[in-house]
Structures are given as structure tokens and as C-alpha cells.
Design a protein around this ligand. Structure first.
Ligand code: ZN
Ligand code: ZN
Length: 291
């Protein structure tokens, strides 16, 4: 079977020679040079209103409309090479592009972590608190400057590691595609940052039509109630009369939902609601590209 697949892949290469999507150099889907040249996003639009938000954190006044505490997108889907890479990865099923795309996300997050250091100069405690915890994780040197009457600078507490959860595909879609593109990206991030990936907590119970051609309100309707919890590690938590199922893996932790493309945020919102019901403290979306 393996040999057959190898043969098929060699034949495929003969008929469709592999070349860099950026510069058409032979033998790779994307060459290192083109990959390093991918422009990383510098603005932080709020997932609800699209206006600039500090490190992508959902504005307080927008937070009633989403379960997502913030989003970070590494690149712009409109960037020619980025768009090509994602379409080739996802629709032409070139799984091998996954690690390259994951590398781009890693480079983006690393860059932000450096910027976390900058907020030290901005020096206001509220500002620091608004920086996503998982970014602070990498800047242990982050200290608050001396306040009045204080003898030493206070070191901001070392935050807990976040949990990565790729946006799941419906079982049928997974069979059609053969892999979950978000799961591969999450796996890459996990390797770079030593964060855990959880793939058995959140499931997709609704087979949805592709979101691509839908308008914003149609997207929201299409994805409504698409996700469910699938948590073996349940603990029953009773609050008043309501019994809530909490998941011990994510209870009181920051969850990073990983996806390839962010459009309206409707998918993240639906998934985030389920995760918050399971006890997640914060749910962030980290995506490869913003459409
Ligand atoms: Zn190239
Ligand atoms: Zn907003």
C-alpha cells in the first residue's frame, strides 16, 4: 500500500512537477526564501468591529457579541502567495505545506512576544493585563516598574501554558479531505512552543456547507450549534440548579483555537461558546490568515 502510494505520488510529480508557489523554483511547494518573505500582519483588528484592538483583544464593548476574548492572525489572505499556499494546502490537499504554514504562524507569535517587552515601557498595569497571557509566557523578564513606596519591581506572574485546540472538522469532511488542516497547524505550534494540543474535547456535530461563498449573517446561521463537547474528563459542577459539564483539561485555562482562515469569526464564536461552557477561562483564536 505504501509502495503504491509512493508510486502514485511520483507519477503525480511527473505529471504536475512540484515548484515553488512563489518563484516557481523546482522541487518544493514553497521555497525558504519565499516563505521568509511572507509579510506578517501588523494591525490587530477586533473580531467583532474590526477596529484596532490592543494585541487583538476583543473590545470590552464588543465582548457581549462574541465568546472569543481575542484573535491574532499571522498574515493576510489577500497576500498573493499566502492565498495560493492556503488554497493549495486545503483544496488541492497538499498536506506537505502544513509545516511551512505552521512555521509562518510560529514566526508571527514569536514576533509578538518580543513586542510584549515593549509594553513594559508603556508601563501601565492594565496594559500588561490586556496582553494575552500566552504571549506573556515568553517574556518572563516582563516586570512592572516601581510603584510609589515599592522597594523592588514586581515580576508579573509566570502564566500557565495555554491549550491548543484546532477547529475540528465534521467526520465526513475529514474523510473527504483526509486531514484536518487546522490540526496540522496546531501540531506545528505545539512543537515550537511546547504547548499541548487537545483534539478530543471539541467535536463538530453539524456538517456545514463551505462558508466561503456565504454572507456574514448566512455564515453565522450556517455554523450555529455546529460544535459539541466530547469530553471524557467530565466533572459535574453544580451552580444553583443547573448542572454544568466542565472539562478538567481546560478548566480555568486559556484555550487557543487554531484555524487556517479567519473571516467573520462566526466559527470561532460557536466553538468558543462550547469551550467556555466547559470551563475555559479565556478563548483566543489564532489563525494563519485574515480574509
Ligand atoms: Zn520561492
Ligand atoms: Zn470591537
Amino acid at each position: 500500500m505504501k509502495i503504491l502510494r509512493k508510486l502514485a505520488s511520483n507519477l503525480f510529480d511527473l505529471v504536475f512537477p512540484v515548484e515553488c508557489l512563489g518563484c516557481r523554483k523546482d522541487g518544493v511547494f514553497v521555497c525558504d526564501e519565499c516563505l521568509r518573505g511572507v509579510k506578517l500582519k501588523k494591525d490587530f483588528p477586533c473580531v467583532v468591529c474590526g477596529r484596532e484592538a490592543f494585541f487583538g483583544r476583543t473590545h470590552r464593548e464588543c465582548s457581549r457579541e462574541t465568546s472569543i476574548d481575542g484573535v491574532l492572525c499571522a498574515t493576510d489572505y489577500k497576500d498573493e502567495l499566502v492565498g495560493k499556499m492556503i488554497r493549495t494546502y486545503k483544496y488541492n490537499l497538499v498536506r506537505d505545506l502544513g509545516p511551512s504554514l505552521g512555521w509562518v504562524m510560529m514566526r508571527y507569535l514569536r514576533g509578538l512576544m518580543g513586542r510584549g517587552e515593549l509594553s513594559k515601557q508603556r508601563a501601565r498595569k492594565e496594559m500588561l493585563e490586556m496582553t494575552p497571557e500566552f504571549l506573556r509566557f515568553f517574556t518572563p523578564s516582563l516586570v512592572l516598574p516601581l510603584g510609589k513606596g515599592e522597594i523592588t519591581n514586581r515580576i508579573v506572574h509566570q502564566p500557565e501554558k495555554p491549550v491548543l485546540i484546532p477547529v475540528p472538522l465534521h467526520a465526513r469532511r475529514l474523510r473527504e479531505r483526509g486531514f484536518n488542516q487546522a490540526e496540522i497547524l496546531a501540531g506545528e505550534l505545539s512543537k515550537y512552543f511546547d504547548w499541548d494540543v487537545q483534539t478530543d474535547i471539541l467535536t463538530r456535530k453539524k456538517y456545514t456547507t463551505a462558508q466561503v461563498n456565504l454572507k456574514a449573517d448566512e455564515r453565522a446561521r450556517n455554523i450555529k450549534n455546529a460544535f459539541d463537547n466530547n469530553a471524557p474528563a467530565f466533572a459535574e459542577a453544580t451552580a444553583g440548579k443547573k448542572t454544568r459539564k466542565t472539562n478538567l483539561e481546560i478548566k480555568n485555562r486559556t484555550v487557543i483555537l487554531v484555524d487556517d482562515v479567519l473571516t467573520t469569526g462566526a466559527t470561532l464564536n460557536e466553538a468558543g461558546m462550547v469551550l467556555k461552557n466547559m470551563g475555559a477561562r479565556e478563548v483566543w483564536g489564532v489563525c494563519l490568515a485574515k480574509d
